[in-house]
Every structure is written in structure tokens, then in C-alpha cells.
Design a protein around this ligand. Structure first.
Ligand code: NAP
Length: 486
């Protein structure tokens, strides 16, 4: 077991202000993917623990919902300040359990914290409306109220930010939340809970239950106490949760898998395009839902792009995320490595060529070489499913219409990118892409004030922006009669 000295390293479940072992006594080792060593043995909850947390959340609901948005914002603001003042400790935990470079971990903490600050303020603007009446003596209005107890189920690739994007708006709206973090990365979630205690967040408003998806996640999706469930993860599990949530007609917000295309048009600025593709493809070793998975390059710029892009990928430094020089850390586990290997082997067997990398890295473990393949085509596995790893597959296309058609040829619709200097093309292509987010001339678009979410099988609902809080609010229509004047 490696010891990391960190005041925010917790290894118990967090239920309504208490740190406690699981009812079953079960624990799970949390591994550092950079070294394979155990960082902590964390209590691993089940259905009983989850029900307990939900009961405590239901008890906390009336008082939390009754507070004014201004009062709730004060708790959230204190929490936000504490997160930022502990960014080093939080980043060290995040990199240790997830593997990403430490500067990316710090960026994730800062990004996640912004959602808590943003929604603290946005809660104050959850306006209702006055509706012009249809009858004299009658007045019509709407108010927005918290949906009740809520739940979050989150993935391992952004162990902090995916939670902050959900808990910020839920708490701001007046909803307690029970969180199930991914089993690989519960430590960041527990550290956040530790800071919530310091911020004075009332007992029961927030609970964190590490545990298997099939037990804790399943309970959250089916328990009638939960009125809204917000999930980020694979499309497969998202579909299952959506079906389960139907049993009690919960509100459902789903941020699911992507298979992001990037189009580089002939008229693009080459350096901007290469920088953008690098930023989108290799962040978090390619383990993000908005990672460029299919890179379509138009004929006229193809050769120049390939040569600059390969050079950029070859200059990357692979290593332990804790080393300041590291551009790419290890992958999360062996399964992730196997998927990248499969996509490369499949593509090569169908005629693609590896131009950079192509195999496991000399550092061993789950380290993988940043890889480029060219000559990718639509029947390859890499075109049809997200790789979730450091494999950049380059396709070639001729016309704008062909590029758009290929980009849309997927059941997914989370994020798409393209590079062009032609304003008319920017509008045409932007409107033609069937995606929830379209980024033009950049590889990074994240901002808490903008709506994030997918269409098609990439999800329902939006996180961030004024829309994000709506997932946790009900609209109540009030019709007040008997107001006749003399
Ligand atoms: P995953 O396997 O779907 O797991 C996500 C969460 O669901 C984990 O907490 C997992 O718990 C839980 N879970 C698994 N099986 C469950 C079940 N039967 N019932 C309830 N919960 C269950 O996804 P992942 O591998 O962690 O994450 C990668 C995926 O997330 C990718 O597809 C990626 O594109 C997507 N993602 C999407 C976004 C977005 O915003 N759209 C952001 C990040 C990632 P355990 O850990 O205990 O299995």
C-alpha cells in the first residue's frame, strides 16, 4: 500500500454527516494506475447503506428546501472557497486514483468548483412567471420548487467535475443528493464530502456511497424516494437506468458516451487545427466523452495536416501524472488498454497504417503510446465506437457534404468540432452537425455558463448554464381565483 499524506483522504462511506463502514463490512482497494499500488481500502456500500442515506436525505429535505436560495448559496460559496483553497490536496488525490497529469487534475478541480459557484448564484434566479389571465378575478402564475431527494451516479474519468456539475445545481435548487462515485475513483468524491462538512452543509443534504453500480446505482434508480437521477457514464448503463427510473417516473438526466468527429477543412488554419485536435484528442489520455474519436481531414490539407499532427503527437511525454512534465498518464485499467489495442488491430487488418506509436509504452502497466493511424474508414471499429484512449484515427474526405454526412453517421451526438476560416461554411456545418455541442476552431469549449449535453444516444438533459438547474426543479402552476374587484 502506498501512503499518501493528505488530510482529505477518507476511506469510509459518508452518510448524512457521518463517516461509517458499510453495513456488510466490505471494502475495496483503490489502485494508483501509475504504479499499480493500493492507495486506500475504501468501505464499499450496498443497498442497505444506500437506503439509509436516502432516508436521511428525505429527513433533510424540508429544512434545506425551505431555506432561501440566498441562504443555500452561502453554504455553496463556502464549499467552493474550501475546494479552491485545497486544490493541491484534491489534485494529488485525483491524480493518484485516476492517473491524469497533475496540471489536468488541478484544471478539473477548478472547473468543477466553478459549477458550485455558478449554481449558487443561479439558484437565486430560478424565476417563476406571471401568466396573463384568461378570466377576470383569476390570476395565474408559476413557481419553481425543488424536485425532492436526488441521486447522482458518476464515472471515473472526471472523478470530481462530474460530481460538481450535478451536486451544485441540485443543492442550489433545494435538493439533497446521494452520490455514487465510480468504483475506481471514490476518493475525490469523499474528499469533496469532507470539505462540505467544513463548509457546514447540513447533515443529510449530501451523502457519498462508493459501491457497485449493480447494487448502489440500481437502488438509486429504483428507490421511490429519489425524484430525479442524474447519470454520467456509458450509453449502455444509461439506457438501463432510464428504463429502471421509469418504474417510479423519476426525472432523468443522462450524459452518455460520445464518438466525437473533428472535421478539418481545406481552408482551416493548419496550426490552429493541429493544436485543437491535440487538445481534444489527448486530454486525459483520450479518456473523455468529448474526445475526438474520428478525425476527418479534407483532401487539400491532408498531407500537411498529417505531417504536423504526427510531429506534435511524437513530442508528447508519457509518464506518472505526478511528474510535472507529463502530458499523458496511464490508462485507467487493463480493459481500457485492451480496447485501444483492439481498435488498432482491427483498423490495421482493414487497411489502416500506424504512423505514430501503436503499442503499449515501455513504462509498462497501463501506459500506452500516443498513437496515430491514417487511412481509417467507416467500417472499422474505431469509427463506430469510442476508443476512450490515446488513439487518433484519421479519415480523408473530399466535399463538405460528404464530411458532414460521415460525421453524423453514428448513433451518438455529444460533441463535434470543425476547423474552417469560411464564415458561411461555419454556419452551414454548425447547423448540419447532429450534436449537442459544436466547437468551431477550438478543441476545448468547456464553461460552466454554457449548456453541455448530447442528442441521439448521447443523452438527455443539460448540465451547466441556466438550463442545468431545471433538471432539479419542478414547475408548479398556481391558479388563484376569487379575486374579483368591486
Ligand atoms: P460506466 O461503466 O457506465 O460507469 C459509470 C457509473 O455507472 C459508475 O459509477 C458505475 O459504477 C455505474 N454503473 C455501472 N453499472 C451500473 C448499473 N448496472 N446500474 C447502475 N449504475 C451502474 O461508465 P465508465 O466506464 O465509468 O465511464 C466511461 C463512459 O462514460 C464513457 O462512455 C464516456 O463517454 C462516458 N462519459 C460521458 C460523459 C458525458 O458528460 N456525456 C462524461 C464522462 C464520461 P461502478 O464503477 O461501480 O461500475
Amino acid at each position: 500500500m502506498t501512503s499518501i499524506t493528505n488530510d482529505l483522504l477518507y476511506d469510509e462511506l459518508f452518510i448524512a454527516g457521518e463517516w461509517c463502514p458499510s453495513v456488510s463490512g466490505r471494502r475495496i482497494p483503490i489502485l494508483n494506475p501509475a504504479t499499480g499500488e493500493t492507495i486506500a481500502e475504501v468501505a464499499y456500500g450496498g443497498r442497505d447503506d444506500t437506503r439509509m442515506a436516502l432516508d436521511r436525505a428525505a429527513e433533510a429535505l424540508p429544512a434545506w428546501a425551505r431555506l432561501t436560495a440566498v441562504e443555500r448559496a452561502r453554504f455553496l460559496r463556502r464549499w467552493y472557497d474550501l475546494i479552491l483553497s485545497h486544490i493541491d490536496e484534491l489534485a494529488a488525490i485525483l491524480t493518484a486514483e485516476q492517473g491524469k497529469p497533475i496540471r489536468e487534475a488541478r484544471a478539473e478541480i477548478a472547473y468543477g468548483a466553478q459549477f458550485i459557484e455558478w449554481f449558487a448564484e443561479e439558484g437565486k434566479r430560478a424565476y417563476g412567471e406571471i401568466i396573463p389571465t384568461n378570466l377576470p378575478g383569476r390570476r395565474l402564475l408559476t413557481i419553481k420548487q425543488p424536485v425532492g431527494v436526488t441521486a447522482a451516479v458518476t464515472p471515473w474519468n472526471f472523478p470530481m467535475a462530474m460530481i460538481a456539475r450535478k451536486v451544485g445545481p441540485a443543492m442550489a435548487a433545494g435538493c439533497p443528493m446521494v452520490i455514487k462515485p465510480a468504483s475506481e475513483t471514490p476518493l475525490s468524491a469523499l474528499a469533496l464530502a469532507g470539505l462540505a462538512v467544513q463548509a457546514g452543509v447540513p447533515e443529510g443534504v449530501l451523502s457519498v456511497i462508493p459501491g457497485p453500480g449493480s447494487e448502489v446505482g440500481d437502488e438509486l434508480a429504483t428507490n421511490k424516494t429519489v425524484k430525479a437521477i442524474s447519470f454520467t457514464g456509458s450509453t449502455e448503463v444509461g439506457k438501463r437506468l432510464m428504463a429502471q427510473a421509469a418504474g417510479t417516473v423519476k426525472k432523468v438526466a443522462l450524459e452518455l458516451g460520445g464518438n466525437a468527429p473533428i472535421l478539418v477543412f481545406d481552408d482551416a488554419d493548419l496550426d490552429t487545427a493541429v493544436d485543437g485536435v491535440m487538445a481534444s484528442k489527448f486530454r486525459n489520455a483520450g479518456q473523455t466523452c468529448v474526445c475526438a474519436n474520428r478525425i476527418y481531414v479534407q483532401d487539400g490539407i491532408y498531407e500537411d495536416f498529417i505531417s504536423k499532427f504526427n510531429a506534435a503527437v511524437q513530442s508528447m511525454t508519457v509518464g506518472d501524472g505526478l511528474d510535472a512534465d507529463t502530458d499523458q498518464g496511464p490508462l485507467i485499467n487493463d480493459e481500457a488498454v485492451a480496447k485501444v489495442e483492439h481498435h488498432i488491430a482491427d483498423a490495421v487488418s482493414r487497411g489502416a497504417t500506424v504512423t505514430t506509436g501503436g503499442g503499449r509504452h515501455g513504462l509498462g502497466g497501463t501506459y500506452f503510446e500516443p498513437t496515430v493511424i491514417v487511412g481509417a474508414t467507416s467500417e472499422m471499429a474505431v469509427a463506430q465506437e469510442e476508443t476512450f484512449g490515446p488513439l487518433a484515427a484519421v479519415f480523408r474526405f473530399k466535399t463538405e457534404a460528404e464530411g458532414i454526412a460521415q460525421a453524423n453517421d453514428t448513433p451518438f451526438g455529444l460533441a463535434a468540432y470543425f476547423f474552417t476560416r469560411d464564415l458561411a461554411r461555419a454556419w452551414r456545418v454548425g447547423e448540419g452537425l447532429e450534436y449537442g455541442v459544436v466547437a468551431v476552431n477550438t478543441g476545448s469549449f468547456s464553461y460552466e455558463g454554457a449548456p453541455f449535453g448530447g442528442v441521439k444516444e448521447s443523452g438527455v438533459g443539460r448540465e451547466g448554464s441556466a438550463h442545468g438547474i431545471e433538471e432539479f426543479l419542478d414547475i408548479k402552476y398556481m391558479c388563484i381565483d376569487g379575486l374579483e374587484t368591486e
